[in-house]
Design a protein around this ligand. Structure first.
Ligand code: DLL
Length: 448
């Protein structure tokens, strides 16, 4: 059974809801936000021009950079009296991309997350161990709201604390885990060393997302934990988790909550709207959000849409699992990370040059990042001269200074991006140069 009736209504009824909400949203945004008013004026569209759903194509796209450029609240359409919660995610530079929710937005979020939990087969008898991080990241609270709404008992574990996660699974008898797939695999590795057989625990279901994962990863999780693993997709800018979700019966594509988020697939270069079935960039328009509605938001995620009704009974359009991104955003242990953020950190420190390479690899099930940064010619020349002079004291000073630089960069990266990386200093000229677009990332993680 679906959680709400909108999940199973006919296409015609769905289109009616969508058109009605789209028209209201465009009028609301136009009247309330000067940035959007200007954008719409420049595109030559007045709110009254939206007469059919196809007219959405006349509306301008919104890019992540525009939210950041209007940091922190410039794209909000609700007043601070109406906003009740904030979340934020990484931008391409140091500045965060902020989202504000009104009470109705939180209600909407709770509703779509209740659908996702129900879709995964979670019920009020379940004990949900919520391993998504609580905080500015949307995973923790969004999942918490939805699981509580359906009446499940939520353990707000948040991320980290691997051994305690295992203890809770054992002692509380958790029946559901909600987590990034990579962290759950890490829990398994640690548990295995402790002699835990996860298949003997009470776990039966998992709701996974926040990072790309493959069918073979699903197979491994299901096998190692003895559970059914469902995919869930979302992004902070639109609402957080709950944009789309898999049903546990079929698990072929994620049902998009399209009465709240209108999906399109476009050609990432031309912006042309592609027909259902073709792969391209997913674009989402929020048609009921109040805090910061977004028109035709370019997610940069690659997917495909399918309007065939699902055997589970839901009629919601399905999106295929995310197969990649059109930009260079990496997701490391669930945390979004743009190489350009590293660049702005490096540029603030002396003695290192802006030539760097981010090497990503997988050790066991955990992603590891090494940032290789070239030292400057001056630094290298001084160190070289000290070696030639044979001055032990000076050489030791140079080594200490290099160590200090690595530690500083590591700390800056942890502070700004939130992940621990290894920093290695390399000699000038050793990071490969490219003639066109610089290649900043060497992603060695297995694709499967
Ligand atoms: O990751 C929201 C979320 C939390 C989704 C928990 C699912 C579970 P952000 O931190 O803003 O929000 O990151 C959004 O993560 O644009 C995708 O690139 C990626 N992503 C999210 N879910 C999936 C998924 C949350 N199921 C960005 N498969 C998105 C692949 C995903 N990528």
């Amino acid at each position: 059974m679906a959680w709400s009736k909108e999940e199973t209504i006919g296409r015609g009824d769905m289109r009616k809801i969508q058109l009605d909400r789209l028209r209201k949203t465009v009028g609301y945004i136009y009247g309330k936000n000067p940035v959007y008013k200007k954008k719409l004026d420049e595109a030559g569209v007045a709110p009254g021009d939206v007469k059919s759903l196809d007219d959405i194509r006349r509306l301008p796209f919104t890019a992540k950079g525009e939210i950041r450029d209007n940091y922190p609240f410039g794209l909000f359409t609700a007043s601070m009296e109406e906003i009740v919660e904030f979340h934020a995610t990484s931008g391409t530079t140091g500045k965060m991309v902020v989202v504000g929710y009104t009470r109705n937005d939180v209600e909407l979020w709770t509703e779509v997350m209740a659908r996702a939990c129900t879709g995964a087969g979670i019920t009020k008898s379940d004990i949900v161990q919520n391993i998504y991080g609580y905080g500015l990241f949307t995973g923790g609270l969004g999942t918490h709201y939805g699981a509580m709404r359906i009446g499940a008992a939520v353990i707000p574990m948040s991320g980290g604390n691997t051994q305690r996660q295992i203890t809770m699974m054992q002692d509380f008898g958790s029946t559901v885990v909600t987590s990034t797939p990579s962290f759950l695999m890490h829990i398994h590795e640690v548990g295995e060393q402790m002699g835990v057989d996860f298949r003997k625990l009470k776990l039966k279901t998992g709701l996974f997302g926040a990072e790309p994962w493959s069918e073979s990863m699903r197979g491994a999780i299901e096998e190692k934990f003895g559970i059914t693993a469902c995919d869930m997709y979302g992004l902070s800018e639109i609402i957080g988790p709950g944009v789309s979700f898999e049903c546990h019966q079929v698990r072929k594509g994620l049902h998009v909550n399209e009465d709240y988020f209108y999906p399109e697939i476009i050609h990432p270069e031309t912006g042309e709207v592609l027909p259902y079935g073709e792969e391209g960039e997913l674009v989402l328009t929020t048609i009921a959000n109040e805090g910061q509605p977004l028109l035709r938001y370019r997610t940069r995620d690659i997917s495909r849409l399918d309007a065939e009704p699902c055997a589970c009974g839901r009629t919601l359009v399905r999106m295929q699992r995310i197969t990649g991104r059109t930009d260079d955003m990496l997701i490391i242990r669930g945390v979004n990370f743009f190489p350009s953020q590293v660049e702005s950190i490096i540029l603030k420190r002396q003695g290192v040059s802006p030539h760097y390479m981010v090497v990503v690899d997988r050790k066991g099930s955990m992603d590891e990042v090494e940032v290789r940064v070239e030292v400057t010619d001056d630094f290298m020349a001084k160190a070289g001269a000290d070696v030639l002079k044979g001055s032990e004291q000076e050489i030791l000073k140079d080594v200490a200074l290099a160590r200090q630089k690595m530690e500083n960069l590591k700390r800056d990266i942890k502070d700004v991006i939130g992940i621990t990386v290894k920093v290695t200093l390399v000699a000038p000229g050793t990071v490969p140069r490219s003639e066109g677009k610089a290649k900043r990332v060497d992603d060695r993680r297995p694709k499967d």
